[in-house]
Design a protein around this ligand. Structure first.
Ligand code: THG
Length: 267
């Protein structure tokens, strides 16, 4: 599983406060903790109404003080995404494009001849297609655009988008059907997702999130935007990899346990 650490995101109240207060130590600590917890990328989302690019630059520099990990630049503004690439010491990931507006035309030509990867959401100007068939149509169009620019399927992380279970009881089933169809059409593309939308408005959200993670991994999801310092989630993640036959002799599971990434908290 490719773990994208979600904690440096201004829409998390405590992180938002730290960004507003220019609290460098707090951002340093988020970068350090998520790196120690085994993340592979660190998501960076300013979530500010003004001066987004300057805030993203500040965040990226703080992240790079503490971590060698590649950065996942998370902004709804594609121009900010591509402008922030130059602040990064190594290629990372753009989060995200979709068929909405001119996002693909802004991002794909810039990343084409680089080693940057990109998350693509399965939505367009009409929103998120209700059923899997509609999302697959968006996926096919996205892949045609990627091919035009010579971006190989293994550089794309497809986010099928998940709706809230509380308002759509078919949400997980639609997500799974979309994942399976994506993998059948293009076995080399990655699948990713944030976990939080599924459980919005429900009590004890962590339970729903964990169930979602397991079922999504079973459908081929090989990446997730999560809190890597959530020890319960990490334990289930490593257990599920092993159960799905993707962890020879459970070496990864055992290794993560030995590194104290999950399990009872040791003094
Ligand atoms: N898809 C893509 N990008 C995304 C999302 C997505 N970026 C933003 C968001 N969704 C993913 N990021 C977050 C960040 C924080 C939280 C949820 C989603 C959050 N975190 C809790 C906190 O920090 O307090 C902790 C949760 C936990 O402990 O597990 O709520 O869907 N492409």
């Amino acid at each position: 599983m490719i773990i994208i650490g979600e904690k440096i995101n201004g829409s998390i109240p405590r992180t938002g406060e730290a960004i507003a207060a220019k609290d460098e130590a707090f951002i340093h600590e988020l970068a350090r903790k998520q790196t120690a917890a085994g993340a592979h990328y660190l998501d960076c989302c300013a979530s500010v109404t003004e001066g987004e690019l300057e805030t993203v630059e500040w965040l990226i520099e703080l992240i790079q003080d503490e971590s060698e990990l590649p950065i996942c630049i998370d902004s709804p503004n594609s121009q900010v995404c591509v402008d922030a690439m130059k602040f990064c010491k190594k290629p990372g990931m753009i989060n995200s494009v979709s068929l909405e507006g001119d996002k693909i035309d802004v991002v794909f030509p810039v990343i084409a001849d680089t080693e940057w990867d990109c998350i693509a959401l399965l939505c367009d100007d009409k929103g998120i297609p209700r059923d899997a068939a509609g999302r697959i149509e968006v996926f096919k169009k996205t892949m045609l655009r990627a091919e035009e620019y010579g971006i190989a399927p293994n550089r794309l992380y497809i986010d099928p988008l998940v709706e809230t279970l509380g308002t759509n009881d078919q949400s997980l089933l639609t997500f799974v059907e979309t994942c399976r169809a994506v993998k059948e059409l293009y076995p080399d593309v990655h699948l990713t997702s944030g976990l939080s939308n599924i459980s919005f408005g429900l009590p004890v959200r962590k339970m729903i999130n964990i169930g979602f993670l397991v079922l999504a991994m079973n459908a081929g999801m090989d990446s997730a935007i999560i809190d890597p310092t959530n020890r319960d989630l990490l334990g289930v993640l490593f257990a599920t990899e092993a159960l799905l036959g993707k962890d020879e002799y459970c070496m990864e599971y055992i290794g993560a346990y030995r590194e104290n990434l999950f399990g009872p908290i040791k003094a």
